[in-house]
Design a protein around this ligand. Structure first.
Ligand SMILES: C[S@@+](CC[C@H](N)C(=O)[O-])C[C@H]1O[C@@H](n2cnc3c(N)ncnc32)[C@H](O)[C@@H]1O
Length: 502
C-alpha cells in the first residue's frame, strides 16, 4: 500500500483508551473547539498565518488543534508534551502522524464531535488539505454539513439493530451506537471501512460491525429497526470520489437505496436517508419520487430542504470539490450532462420510509422549515403520527372533527404597531421552538384558534368553514406539527406514542 493510502490502526485495544485519555486531558473537545473560532484547515497563506498565531502558545490544546484541525506541522517537542504520556513515535506507528526531523505533521484529520449525551466522539478521516493524489477516489471525508443534518434528523429511540449504509468515517454509526444494541455499517470504500473501524475503537464502542461492499449486499438476509444513509448523492457526470459520486446515472443511487431498503427493515422499522433528486424536464418531481416509493410496503415522507437550478447546483459542488481552474473546465461538462439528461434543477432533502403492514401505504412531500433545532427525530416521527391519525379518522373530509391540541412547542408572537389612537396588531406568528422549527404567519383569528386548543378539542365550531384560506392555514398548522392529535404524548415525557423502535 502506498504511504498516502495508509489508514490508521492499532492492534492493542488499550492504546485506544490511552489515546482518548490524551485527547481529553489536553481538552481537545467539541466544547473547547467551539470557543476557538474557525477550525477548518488552512485555506491559504493568510489563513495559515492567523492559525499559527492562534496556536502560538503551544499548550497541548494549541498543538492538537494545529496538528489535527488546521493540518499544520508542529515542533516535535511540542508534540511530545501534548501527547504525553504517549509519544509522537507511538502515534506515528498508528498512522496518525509523520515525523520529519524536528517537525511532526498529521496524516489524518482528527476532530472531536458532540455525542448524543453531550460528551465527545473523536473521529479520524482523511485530511481535507492533504494531497489527494494517491487516494483520490477512496478519499474518506470527515463530518460534513450533510452528516450533521442527517444526524440531527435521525430518530433516537432505543433500537435493537441499526444499519448505517455508506458509513464513511462512521459518524452516523457512532451516534447510533448510543441507542442501539448493535450497529452494522457498510461502505464500498475499503479505506472508509478501515477509518470507521478505527474510530469505533477509538471511542470504545465495541458493538459496531463494519462490512465492505455495495449498499446492502454485505447484510443480505438481515433485518434492522433503523437504517440511516447519507449516500454519495451528487448528480454529475463524474465518478472521481466515492464519497460524492455514485457512478450511477442521475439520481439513481438514491432511488436504489429507496428500492432496496424496505427488504432490510423490520416491521415498524424506519429508514432515514438524505437525498438529491433531479427535476427532469416534462416530469413532475413529486410523481417521480412517489414512483420510487411505490410497492415498498412503507409509508414514505419527503422533506424538501431546497431546490437549486442546474447551474447553481454544479457551481456549489465544483466550488466545494475542485480548484478554480479545474472547476471552470468541469462546469460546462456538467451542464452539457444536465442538458442531455433533461435535468433542470436538483432538490435536496430527507426521505423517510416507515415499514407498515397497511395495505395501501401513503406518500407525502412537505417543504422543510428554514431552521432545524436538533434533535429533530421525534418531530420526524410526529409527522407520521399526524398523517396516520388523520387517515384513521377518515382523511381530510374529517379534519375538523379530529380532537387536536396545541403542541407544547408552539409560541404565539404578535407584533403591534402604533396607530392614531393606540396600538394595532400588525403581524401574528406561530413558531415551533424545537425540532422542525417552522414559523407560520397567521391571521389573528387563526392564532386565537390555536390558543383555544390549549386543551384538546375538534376545530369544528372554532374554524370558519366558509373561509377556505382559514381552513387551509389550519390544515397546514396540523401538517407542520403546531396542532397535534389529542392523544399524542409529549416527547419530553419519554417519546411520542411508541418509545422503542421494533
Ligand atoms: C456522503 S458520504 C457519507 C459518510 C457518512 N455516512 C456521513 O454521514 O458523514 C457517502 C459514503 O458512501 C460510500 N459509498 C459510495 N458508494 C457506495 C455504495 N455503492 N455502497 C456503499 N457505500 C458507498 C462512500 O464511500 C462514502 O463513504
Amino acid at each position: 500500500m502506498a504511504d498516502s493510502e495508509q489508514t490508521p490502526w492499532w492492534d492493542a485495544p488499550d492504546e485506544f483508551r490511552r489515546m482518548r485519555d490524551v485527547l481529553a486531558q489536553a481538552g481537545y473537545t467539541h466544547a473547547a473547539l467551539k470557543t476557538r473560532g474557525d477550525t477548518a484547515p488552512a485555506a491559504g497563506p493568510l489563513a495559515e498565518a492567523v492559525q499559527r498565531r492562534r496556536t502560538a502558545g503551544e499548550t497541548p490544546l494549541d498543538t492538537l488543534i494545529r496538528l489535527f484541525a488546521y493540518g499544520l506541522p508542529v515542533r516535535r517537542e511540542a508534540a511530545r508534551r501534548a501527547l504525553s504520556p504517549m509519544t509522537p513515535e507511538q502515534w506515528g506507528e498508528a498512522g496518525l502522524l509523520v515525523i520529519r526531523g524536528d517537525e511532526v505533521a498529521a496524516r489524518v484529520q482528527l476532530m472531536p464531535h458532540r455525542g448524543l449525551d453531550g460528551g465527545d466522539l473523536w473521529l479520524a478521516s482523511d485530511s481535507p488539505g492533504r494531497d489527494r493524489a494517491g487516494i483520490r477516489s477512496q478519499y474518506v471525508m470527515g463530518v460534513a454539513g450533510s452528516s450533521r443534518t442527517l444526524a440531527g434528523l435521525t430518530l433516537r429511540r432505543p433500537c435493537r439493530r441499526a444499519l448505517d449504509v455508506g458509513a464513511g468515517g462512521g459518524i452516523q454509526a457512532l451516534l447510533a451506537a448510543a441507542h442501539s444494541d448493535a450497529v452494522c455499517a457498510t461502505d464500498r470504500n475499503p479505506r472508509a471501512v478501515a477509518f470507521a473501524a478505527f474510530n469505533a475503537r477509538l471511542n470504545g464502542l465495541e458493538h459496531i460491525e463494519y462490512l465492505e461492499g455495495d449498499l446492502f449486499a454485505p447484510v443480505a438476509g438481515r433485518r434492522f429497526d433503523l437504517i440511516i444513509a447519507n449516500p454519495p448523492f451528487v448528480i454529475s457526470p463524474e465518478s472521481g470520489y466515492l464519497y460524492r459520486d455514485s457512478g450511477l446515472p442521475g439520481d439513481a443511487i438514491c432511488r436504489e437505496v429507496v428500492r432496496q431498503a424496505p427488504a432490510f427493515l423490520e416491521e415498524g422499522g424506519w429508514c432515514q436517508m438524505l437525498c438529491n433528486w433531479a427535476h427532469v424536464s416534462g416530469q413532475d418531481w413529486r410523481e417521480r419520487l412517489a414512483r420510487w416509493c411505490n410497492d415498498t410496503g412503507c409509508d414514505a415522507w419527503v422533506l424538501r430542504a431546497e431546490t437549486e437550478d442546474a447551474a447553481s447546483y454544479a457551481n456549489i459542488w465544483l466550488e466545494n470539490t475542485a480548484s478554480q481552474a479545474a472547476g471552470a473546465a468541469a462546469f460546462d461538462v456538467w451542464m452539457d450532462y444536465y442538458a442531455r439528461e433533461g435535468i433542470e434543477a436538483v432538490s435536496l432533502g430527507l426521505l423517510v420510509l416507515h415499514r407498515t403492514d397497511r395495505e395501501t401505504p401513503w406518500f407525502c412531500v412537505d417543504d422543510g422549515p428554514e431552521t432545524l433545532i436538533s434533535p429533530c427525530g421525534e418531530a420526524v416521527a410526529g409527522r407520521f403520527i399526524r398523517e396516520d391519525a388523520l387517515r384513521a379518522a377518515g382523511g381530510d373530509a374529517r379534519f375538523l372533527d379530529l380532537p387536536l391540541r396545541a403542541s407544547p412547542d408552539v409560541r404565539l408572537e404578535t407584533r403591534f404597531a402604533p396607530t392614531a389612537d393606540g396600538w394595532a396588531v400588525e403581524r401574528t406568528h406561530l413558531r415551533l421552538v424545537r425540532g422542525l422549527a417552522y414559523v407560520e404567519s397567521v391571521t389573528p383569528r387563526v392564532g386565537g384558534i390555536v390558543t383555544q386548543c390549549r386543551t384538546p378539542r375538534p376545530l369544528r365550531g372554532l374554524a370558519n368553514e366558509a373561509d377556505p384560506e382559514e381552513l387551509q392555514a389550519l390544515r397546514r398548522l396540523y401538517t407542520h406539527g403546531f396542532l397535534v392529535p389529542a392523544d399524542t404524548n409529549d416527547p419530553e415525557g419519554g417519546g411520542r406514542n411508541v418509545d422503542r423502535i421494533g
